[in-house]
Ligand binder design. Structure first.
Ligand code: MG
Length: 295
């Protein structure tokens, strides 16, 4: 595994001997939103191609849903159901175990969302998602429409069906993940190019602080956390690994360099140690020695 010059000593041991990037599927325009729906099964979005794809060792890549209404990010809930952020439907949707899709929320306080981008499920069953405007502003990534929300925020959908904004307006909230203890939510703002850490409270989120500042190599999109507190995030054509330091700025440990711009990533596999990576036209896989905190 090639590492960025200047990587920290604890970076290379995050990959087992012989670890390499496997290209599992190619031919996409903007692949996004990987999620593991089985020990060896990965689903992901072809956002521009308006398709949901699935990869298995036996069948390779296949279409799982078309049109997908420009689904973007995905998560798997505690019951194994696939939850999707849908640009086209301007909603969060869920696939039940029979394959039927249902709409979970498409508005808050009577106003339609912009275009939910990424989603994460907390252990209490609440669904948290970001709502930037890419599905409205980029014609190829959605069905367009009129902006109704006064800005872009993070929302929480409770199991009761109640939905509420949990952040103030942000430029472009995008990827999100909880710390392993679920007491902190990490949010990537892809316009500012930063990662924020927000304390989770009963009412929402407090004390937003920048733990990864902008730089010239790109910006973060999707991110995941491992059980040892590291943050794995897309950043330009890299997958960067940071050590979180509580209230202090995170420490960059190193980066995996890919041949194209990375959008998102997800831990899975039999022991949740394999990373699936969507990077523009390709779906990649790499083994690690880390363990993902959530599916
Ligand atoms: Mg995203």
């Amino acid at each position: 595994m090639a590492a960025a010059p200047g990587h920290e000593d604890e970076f290379l041991p995050l990959f087992p001997p012989g670890a390499a990037l496997d290209l599992l599927a190619d031919g996409g325009t903007w692949f996004e939103g990987p999620a593991w729906t089985g020990p060896e099964e990965i689903v992901w979005s072809d956002v521009v191609g308006n398709r949901l794809l699935v990869w298995t060792p036996e069948g390779g890549a296949a279409i799982a849903l078309e049109p997908s209404h420009h689904q973007n990010g995905h998560a798997v809930d505690g019951d194994g159901r696939l939850v999707a952020a849908s640009h086209g439907e301007r909603a969060v949707v869920r696939r039940d175990t029979t394959g039927h899709w249902e709409m979970l929320t498409d508005r808050c306080d009577g106003l339609r969302y912009n275009s939910p981008n990424d989603v994460v499920v907390r252990r209490d069953g609440s669904i948290w998602f970001t709502d930037p405007r890419y599905g409205i502003d980029k014609p190829e990534e959605g069905y367009g429409g009129t902006v109704e929300m006064p800005g872009c925020r993070v929302y929480r959908l409770d199991p009761s069906g109640a939905v509420s904004p949990v952040t103030p307006v942000m430029p472009a909230p995008n990827g999100l993940a909880f710390s392993a203890d679920e007491e902190i939510l990490y949010v990537a703002d892809s316009q500012v190019g930063q990662i924020l850490a927000l304390d989770v409270t009963d009412g929402g989120l407090e004390d937003a602080r920048e733990i990864v500042p902008p730089d010239d190599d790109g910006h973060p999109d999707g991110l995941r956390v491992d059980t040892d507190g590291r943050i794995w995030t897309s950043w330009g054509s890299q997958v960067r690994v940071y050590r979180a330091n509580g209230q202090e700025p995170a420490t960059l440990l190193g980066a995996v360099h890919l041949p194209e711009t990375v959008a998102n990533l997800a831990f899975g596999g039999p022991d949740r140690s394999t990373l699936a990576i969507t990077a523009t036209s390709g779906l990649y896989r790499v083994r690690t020695t880390a363990t993902g905190a959530t599916p």
